[in-house]
Design a protein around this ligand. Structure first.
Ligand SMILES: [Zn+2]
Length: 376
C-alpha cells in the first residue's frame, strides 16, 4: 500500500500540486490537523442536551451519559501537554443545535471535533461500539484512523465489540447525513461521532451500569485522542509522542473500503443440513453468507420458521475493522424431545441490512430415538 503523509505536510511540492487538483478546503485540513506549534485545539461535544434527551432506553437519558463521559474525557485530556480542550455544552444541560456546535468549534479554531454519544436500536438487540466519520476525503481517512485506534482499545479494555467506522450519505446530497459532521466539515474541521455502545441492549447492559463506567470511557477516549495526535502527559506518565508518525501516514484512498456505506443487503445467506442426532435431539447445520460490497457482522437464529428470533450473535471471525469474516460455519442447535423445529438464519451486514436463509423444516417431532423426517 502506498502511504502518503496527510497530517504533516512537509513536502511542499506535493502540497502545491494538491492545491491545484483538490479543493483548497482539503489541503488546509491536511496542514492543520496535526499542528506543529503546540496549538492543537480539540472540541468535545456531549451529544444532545436540554430538550433533546437522546435515547431514553438506557439506565439514564443519553444526554446525561454523554455529559458524564465528556467531562471525564476533558479532565483527562487536559492532563496532556500541548492541547487546548473546549466543550460545546460545558458542564450544563443546554439545548444546542448541531450547527451552533460547529459554529462554536470554528470560533475557537478547533482542529478536530469529537461528538460523544450512546447508541440504541428499535429491537434493542444490537451491541458494540461504532464511530461515524465523513464520507469525504481526506476527512474519512482521519476518521478511520481514529476510529480504528479507539475501537481496538474498547475491545481489549472492555470487551466491547467493534462495529466499525461508518459513513452515512445525506438524503439529498453527496455529503454527510449527520449534521455534526457536515457542519464541521463545511468549516474545515474533521469531526467524528463516537457511539460508545448500546444503552438499550441486553448484551451491552453490563457496560452501561454505572457512572463510573461512563467516566472510564471518557478517559479511554482521551487516551485514544492523545495517541492519535502523539501527545505526552508528564502527570500521567504517558508518552505517545513516538506513536504519531505511524498514525499520521495514510492514503485516504486506502480507506474507501472501510468507510464505504453499504446500502444493500447481503447477497447470500443459506443453510444446509450437516447431521441430526435423534437421541440427543440436536441438529448441526452449515451456514453460508456473503456480502460482496460489505461484510457479514451478525447472525440470528429462529427455530420456529422466523416467527421469533434469538438475539443476534457475532458472525464467526467477523472483524469490522478489517472487513473480514468466515464465509461459512457450522452450528449445532440443541432441541428437546417433542420439538418440531423450522430452522432459519438471518445474516446481517455492518449496516444492519439482513437477508433470511432458506428453511430446514422438520415434519416429525423429535422423540429421543427415531430419526425425524425433515425437508430443506
Ligand atoms: Zn445520540
Amino acid at each position: 500500500m502506498k502511504k502518503t503523509k496527510i497530517f504533516r505536510g512537509k513536502k511542499l511540492i506535493f502540497l502545491l500540486i494538491l492545491c491545484i487538483i483538490v479543493p483548497s478546503l482539503n489541503v488546509r485540513a491536511q496542514e492543520r490537523v496535526f499542528p506543529k506549534d503546540n496549538d492543537l485545539v480539540i472540541v468535545i461535544d456531549p451529544g444532545h442536551g436540554g430538550t433533546d434527551t437522546g435515547t431514553q432506553g438506557g439506565r439514564i437519558q443519553e444526554r446525561f451519559m454523554n455529559l458524564i463521559t465528556a467531562q471525564a474525557l476533558v479532565n483527562r485530556l487536559n492532563q496532556y501537554e500541548g492541547v487546548t480542550v473546549y466543550m460545546t455544552r460545558f458542564d450544563n444541560d443546554t439545548t444546542l443545535s448541531l450547527t451552533e456546535r460547529a459554529v462554536y468549534a470554528k470560533s475557537v479554531d478547533a482542529d478536530f471535533v469529537f461528538s460523544i454519544h450512546y447508541n440504541a436500536c428499535v429491537l434493542h438487540d444490537r451491541f458494540g461500539i461504532e464511530t461515524y466519520t465523513s464520507r469525504i476525503s481526506p476527512y474519512n481517512a482521519y476518521g478511520y484512523q481514529f476510529g480504528d485506534l479507539l475501537m481496538k482499545k474498547y475491545e481489549s479494555q472492555y470487551g466491547i465489540f467493534p462495529r466499525g467506522v461508518k459513513t452515512r450519505k445525506g438524503l439529498r446530497t453527496e455529503g454527510d447525513y449527520y449534521t455534526i459532521i457536515s457542519a464541521n466539515i463545511y468549516r474545515d474541521i474533521p469531526a467524528v461521532i463516537i457511539e460508545h455502545c448500546f444503552a438499550d441492549g441486553v448484551v451491552d447492559a453490563q457496560h452501561t451500569m454505572s457512572d463510573d463506567q461512563f467516566r472510564s470511557y471518557g478517559e479511554t477516549d482521551a487516551d485514544a485522542i492523545a495517541e492519535f495526535f502523539g501527545l505526552k502527559s508528564t502527570v500521567l506518565g504517558i508518552d505517545y509522542s513516538g506513536y504519531s508518525d505511524n498514525l499520521c501516514y495514510a492514503d485516504p484512498a486506502s480507506f474507501n473500503d472501510q468507510t464505504y456505506e453499504d446500502r444493500t443487503n447481503p447477497e447470500n445467506v443459506s443453510v444446509s443440513l450437516v447431521s441430526i442426532d435423534p437421541v440427543s435431539c440436536s441438529v448441526t447445520i452449515h451456514v453460508e453468507g456473503s456480502d460482496s460490497d460489505g461484510m457479514m457482522l451478525y447472525y440470528a437464529l429462529s427455530t420456529d420458521g422466523g416467527w421469533t428470533w434469538e438475539p443476534p450473535e457475532v458472525w464467526p471471525s467477523a472483524n469490522a475493522l478489517t472487513g473480514t469474516y468466515d464465509s461459512s460455519f457450522d452450528l449445532t442447535i440443541p432441541f428437546e424431545s417433542g420439538d418440531r423445529p423450522s430452522i432459519v438464519i438471518k445474516g446481517y451486514n455492518r449496516y444492519d441490512g439482513y437477508l433470511k436463509s432458506n428453511q430446514i423444516t422438520f415434519v416429525d417431532r423429535f422423540n429421543g430415538q427415531d430419526m425425524p423426517l425433515y425437508r430443506v
